[in-house]
Design a protein around this ligand. Structure first.
Ligand code: NAP
Length: 482
């Protein structure tokens, strides 16, 4: 099945931090793929901006090399790749000085959409916003994209919001959480709100519990300095897991539009119960046979930063009171899995007798690998051996269901096109981000006050033993990671 492509309007996208890792590995390849598909029009341009002294040609060569690495050969015709590269320009510019700003002003066209993508450290957001305003580069058709992390606590997020809103209207600010751009996450909205099947069961009466897992096999890699200050709670829970939790738990918005969605997500965050320390497990990966411990990778031998968090969350509203949400995320775990599993309660009575083998219905929404969904249901085991029950998966892998030639776009492809269209549904509003920090801040503060240290877990394992105990206490188990 080939997706229908509607081209967006012509635009100038200024990519601040264009020589950086995120720009070269994610943003520029995503734009190239949208160009190859005909969604980024020929009249659109991408202007890279950074302090490095590069000619436009040297920048194009750098991007061509990055595209080689990011987009497998044969994915797009070479002529399309060249066509994209021809649309690139470069301005040498300092966010903190006046170098390059007049050149940028001269390079921009007046009659097209402008997108300013801040793919730089958040410490530069304020400088960029100030200068964009001072150089009168902000038009009514301007959007600004802010990368994560959006602050490191509520106070800093509020300061960032204030800096941006001094120069831009909220409708112009696109705070990225790339999890929201994943196809399956949007499919979650379709499954919940475009079918009659699930919504009547989507509450504490019928849902026993929900597990949200984002497990990685990789360690912190070269991000030691950043990670040492962040940890899994700030890096993953406050944003990605919180967004997934909101989409699962929110009330149906009256329309699939930005503010209706974001109002409902905000209500979920505000309804979260405060988390007691006993409901949170922190872990840190130790050394393996051929991998270093996190402490060695950060360069802080004494680090008390966590690479793993598991926690139990309650939502104090009529829909969810009594249904726990278990969240876990970690690095160097047994498998790379991102999924949401909604486990339903048992039927009230078994007509098959007390000894019938029984498994709960589970709806699993897989974000990676192999995006798709499966619903575990009980059926009769085939054969003449009497009425024996068996649980099977009604599997809907998107690649299988929708055809092999289906290209599931990377989250950045969709999100950047939404920026150009001015559609904010899959982006976070300022108050949402602040509310999420307001919930995570006390948990982090309690760790700091107690001077607690994360439990060390073996690389390649399922995480610390205490995480299993967290669910065991409630008579439940984590889903297997493998
Ligand atoms: P990076 O590799 O360090 O790149 C930073 C970019 O900013 C470079 O292009 C650098 O170029 C430019 N820059 C630095 N100071 C500047 C200044 N004063 N004026 C203009 N440009 C300046 O960082 P990154 O990994 O790409 O990350 C960028 C942002 O995205 C960060 O906020 C990060 O947290 C976030 N993020 C990154 C990832 C990822 O996978 N990398 C994922 C999610 C979010 P010059 O040195 O040439 O100026």
């Amino acid at each position: 099945m080939v997706a229908r492509v509607i081209p967006v309007k012509p635009f100038d996208l200024v990519l601040f931090g264009a020589t950086g890792d995120l720009a070269l590995r994610k943003v520029l390849p995503a734009l190239c793929l949208r160009f190859a598909d005909g969604q980024m029009p020929r009249a659109a341009r991408v202007i890279g901006a950074a302090r490095s002294d590069l000619s436009a040609q040297a920048f194009r060569d750098m991007v061509a090399q990055a595209l080689e690495e990011a987009i497998p050969r044969g994915t797009i015709p070479p002529a399309r790749r060249r066509g994209f590269i021809e649309r690139l320009d470069y301005v040498m510019l300092d966010a903190r000085g006046d170098t390059g700003w007049s050149a940028l002003k001269a390079a921009l066209r007046d009659d097209v959409i402008r997108a300013f993508y801040f793919s730089v450290a958040p410490g530069l957001f304020g400088d960029l916003a100030d200068r964009l305003d001072r150089w009168q580069l902000v038009t009514p058709e301007t959007r600004v994209v802010a990368e994560k992390p959006f602050g490191h606590d509520r106070h800093s997020a509020r300061a960032l919001n204030a800096m941006l809103s001094a120069h831009f209207d909220e409708t112009q600010i696109f705070r990225i959480d790339h999890y929201l751009g994943k196809e399956t996450v949007q499919n979650l909205m379709a499954v919940r709100f475009a079918n009659i099947l699930f919504e009547p069961l989507w509450n504490a009466r019928f849902v026993d519990h929900v597990q949200i897992t984002v497990a990685e096999t990789v360690g912190i890699g070269g991000r030691g300095d950043y990670y040492e200050k962040a940890g899994a709670m700030r890096d993953m829970v406050q944003n990605h897991l919180m967004q997934l939790l909101c989409l699962i738990a929110m009330e149906p918005p009256h329309r699939f539009d930005a503010d209706a969605m974001r109002d409902e997500k905000l209500k979920v965050i505000r309804a979260l119960d405060p988390v007691a320390p006993a409901q949170v497990v922190r872990g840190q990966y130790g050394a393996g046979a051929d991998s270093a411990a996190m402490a060695a990778e950060t360069g802080h031998r004494d680090t008390s930063t966590e690479s793993y968090v598991a926690l139990k969350v309650g939502i104090a509203n009529w829909r969810w009171k009594g249904t726990p949400f278990y969240l876990r995320t970690g690095k160097r775990l047994a498998a790379r899995v991102s999924e949401i599993a909604v486990t339903f309660r048992d039927p009230p009575h078994s007509i098959f007798g007390e000894n019938a083998r029984w498994r709960e219905n589970v709806l699993v929404i897989r974000l990676q690998p192999d995006e798709g969904m499966d619903l575990r249901v009980m059926i009769k085991e085939p054969g003449p051996g009497g009425m024996r029950l068996k649980d099977v998966a009604l599997d809907m892998s998107f690649a299988e269901a929708l055809g092999d030639d289906l290209h599931i776009p990377d989250a950045y492809e969709r999100l950047i096109m939404d920026v150009i269209r001015g559609t904010q549904t899959l982006f976070m509003r300022g108050d949402e981000v602040e509310a999420a920090w307001a919930w995570t801040d006390p948990i982090i503060a309690a760790w700091q006050q107690a001077g607690s240290r994360p439990a060390v877990y073996a690389p390649g394992s399922d995480g610390p033993d205490a995480a299993a105990a967290l669910l065991r206490r409630d008579g439940r188990r984590w889903r297997a990671l493998r």
